[in-house]
Design a protein around this ligand. Sequence first.
Ligand code: 13P
Ligand code: SF4
Length: 345
Amino acid sequence: MSTTPRVSVDGEPVYTPEVARRTAAVLERVRRVVPEMEWPVHAPYVDAIRDWKARRNAVILAHNYQTPEIFYGVADITGDSLALARRAAETDADVIVMAGVHFMAETAKILSPEKTVLIPDLEAGCSLAESITGADVRLLRERYPDAPVVTYVNTSADVKAESDVCCTSANAVEVVESLAARRVIFLPDEYLGRYVASRTTTEIILWKGHCEVHERFTGEEIEVYRKQHTDIAVLAHPECPPDVLAASDFVGSTSGLIRHVEERRPAKVVLITECSMSDNVAVQFPEVEFIRPCNLCPHMKRITLPNILRSLQKMEHRVEIEPEVTARARTAVERMLAVGRGAGR
Ligand code: 13P
Ligand code: SF4
């Protein structure tokens, strides 16, 4: 019997008993967060994407904010921005499909310029990446000539190319301290920069970029959760405003938050971050109760099973960066990977 997925007259994969059988293990895994009645919609795509990945010798990288049917159904490599950057540099696949946002696809291309890097929707951007340009960084350098530039990976390749070193939320403090400078320019996330400033004696020069998902959380909201659930553990991402971080029990990158749940196993938890992550973590820890505020990242949500399939079939949209920009951006990303090597926070 053929294992090639069947398609409808308009070329879309269809749900058949074979598809149900081949995807049954994924359904079993995500049952807690994906209603069974939705499975006939997702399963044909999960099945067809697996087939096309093999044909293209492709891997799919998915950020922790991706929806569970992508995260558990088709991704080969999952994690926070730091893990995705590290693993993109290591893979020997010919093609990388980024089930994340554009800056993550660019980081993969910077680290693997010889590979084909695809993003299923070119509009999957990021409010932080859009808050700053390479020209802005050059002006800041003129203004503070003694201060090295530390740039969050949530930026374009052009901005990375103007930077001394990149960081993610998992290693920002460590990267800043590795420079042993009196002061650094920290771009572009103001709130992450303030959080770093609270953990180091290095003076931090800030930029006013914000994540449109995390800036919506408030300290009052946390108080409400605490009143409604007296025993709740509040875990927040450092892209949140300072009053939110001050009201939380733990602050960490997406992987840091997951590790905290794994180690502490709180009975009840609220993750103050993008909302699909709670679904993905709930799959891993069935005994933990997750209260789910739902702040969705509209950019991450542009990536869907149908456009991942189309991306593999048509080999679109290819991420291309000028070789000269790639070379300079790569130096900044590699400096970060060298600082963080082995840290894995
Ligand atoms: P991390 O996964 O690095 O914590 O990043 C969060 C984020 O907002 C990525 O867009
Ligand atoms: Fe950018 Fe925020 Fe979306 Fe992450 S969650 S991609 S920082 S807008």
